[in-house]
Each structure stands twice: as structure tokens, then as C-alpha cells.
Design a protein around this ligand. Sequence first.
Ligand code: HEM
Ligand code: CA
Ligand code: CA
Length: 318
Amino acid sequence: NTTTTTHRQPRQLSVNYYAKTCPQLEQLVGSVTSQQFKEAPVSGPATIRLFFHDCFVEGCDGSILISTAPGSKVFAEKDSPDNKNLRAEGFEIINKAKSLVESKCPGGVVSCADILAIAARDFVHLAGGPNYQVKKGRWDGKISMATRVPPNIPRANSTIDQLIKIFKSKGLTIEDLVILSGAHTIGFAHCEQFVNRLYDFHGTKQPDPTIDPRLLKALKMSCPHYGGNADIVAPFDVTTPFLFDHAYYANLQGKLGLLASDQALVLDPRTKSLVQELGKDKQKFFQAFAVAMDKMGSIGVKRGKKHGERRKDCSFHM
Ligand code: HEM
Ligand SMILES: [Ca+2]
Ligand SMILES: [Ca+2]
């Protein structure tokens, strides 16, 4: 069970990286994200999660965007079971934005990894969250292997110790874990991710005692123990599932967390006080989230031809 350590000294990223080579980059990506946000608001959570899953495996290098080569037995990251629930909308947006960027700034000047970082920020802001500047200069990666995914992506039933360990291996702190988990203020999870909490928590044949009884009842209606529809999803934030606010943290204190890994943040003394603070103070959450996204966006950044490439199509290596 090897966790890849990707917190080597981050290569320098800068806000003005494309000032000469593609000055209109942010407007180009912004035209795609704002259009998609209107047509399909789920594009927001889809893209933010995509960015997280990119950065945690091989660093923020667009490795998540690669398709398995036809006929190949080596599956790409996106075909790992841990990534099968990533919504198609996220991939579509990046491909759309990339074609538009290639039409104006041709030749693989702008990396797919940077486009993903910009799009994720756009959606945070469009959904009502903080606006912040995105540093750029990531190259795309040459490696995308499904086998590298499971040890690097946290799971719904991971313990706090496991979550802290994975975050630490990326150069992220316990505070970053709490702050970045706040992304679950928007979006949805499939029943399979939390069904054991509803009926048979840790083999007790009883529901998880840390779920609010009314939420438990509602979730049981959507998600039967056996034989339910595998496509059913429930919102992470029962109060404002499409609004990027700090309600997630107040919900945790009210036993309204969806995943065991969400609820755990308020049950552990190492994370509880920060949950309480963020639940009280939206400005503090927004400010901290912007800083933490910048930090997450710097994981394992590559530059140069030795480790990187300049893709023209985000789904395929050069
Ligand atoms: C701390 C450990 C984390 C765990 C265990 C975790 C786990 C999950 C799971 C199981 C889902 C539901 C997948 C599905 O059933 O479709 C999900 C969705 C989501 N995650 Fe996380 N996550 C974590 C951290 C993060 C971070 C750091 C971010 C971003 C900064 C993030 C953003 C999202 C978003 C936006 C969704 C909703 C996706 C959608 O509705 O399409 N998560 N996460
Ligand atoms: Ca990656
Ligand atoms: Ca919310």
C-alpha cells in the first residue's frame, strides 16, 4: 500500500504565466464555464472534484483526463474504480475549454492541468464561493495509471488517521483537510458511499448513531439496504446543495454529514474546533478555502520535457 509522495519543492507557478502566449486564457475558459453552469449546474461539483482527483494522483498534471489507449491492458486513472463516479460533465468542460483555447492560442501552449485549475476556480465562484487568482505554469504529465489511484484517493469510509496520512503525503495539513472537505458544500454522492451507515454501521446491524434521525429516515427512503437503483444520489449539504457556502460545517455539528468521512471531522478532537470555527464564519471559510485550493493546486507540479508534455487533446498523451 504505497502512498506516492508528491510534495517535492513545488515548481514556481505564477498568475501571469500566459501573459504573452495566451493573454485571453481566463476569458476563454470563463466563457465555457459560465455557459455550462447555466445549462448544467452539476458541472460545478463535477469539475471541482475532478481537480481534486487530478492533484492527488501524480500531482496537478491533467493525468486524470487521459483515456485508456484503445486495446491497451494498462488502464488510465479515469478507469480506476475509485474514479468511475466522476461525472462526464467535468471531462466535457475541460475538453470544450481546451478546443476553444487551442483555436485562439494554438500548439499546446496552455496545459490541460492549468485549464482544469482555472475551471475549478470558476465553478467555486459561480456557485457563490470565493473568487481567487489561479497560479499557472503546470505542464501535463506523461503517466496515468489506474493502479496509482487507490492508495492516493481518500474514501468515504476512511478513518481520520487515514485521511490525515494521505493529505500529509501531499504536503497538506489537518487544517487543509478540514478546509478542503468544505467543497462538499455542493454536489452529491451515490447511495453505495454511505448505505452501510444507514443499516449496518461497522457490522452492528444498527445505523450510525451520529446521523440525525430525520436525515436517516430520508436517506433510507432514497437508498434501500439491498436492490436499490445504483444511480440514486443524495446531496452532501441537505440545506444548500448548489450553493457554495459554509453550511457544510454547521451541518456536521447538527449530525447532518453524509459520508462517514465528513461526520468524522466533528467527532475527532484534532479537527472539531476548526469545524466549529468555520461553521460560524463564512468569510474565514472562503479565505481559507482559496488559500487551500492554491496549495492543493501546487501538488506535484511539473515543468519541462523530462517529466511533462504539452497536449493538444487533453484525453491523449503526445
Ligand atoms: C477528505 C476526503 C474526501 C473524501 C473521502 C471524499 C469522498 C467523496 C465521495 C465518496 C464522493 C461521492 C462520489 C459519488 O458517489 O459520486 C465525493 C464527491 C465530491 N467531492 Fe469529495 N472527498 C474528499 C475530499 C474532497 C475534496 C478535497 C474536494 C475538493 C476540494 C472534494 C470535492 C468533491 C465534490 C465537489 C463532490 C461532488 C461531486 C458531484 O456531485 O459530481 N472532495 N467525494
Ligand atoms: Ca494528476
Ligand atoms: Ca452549500
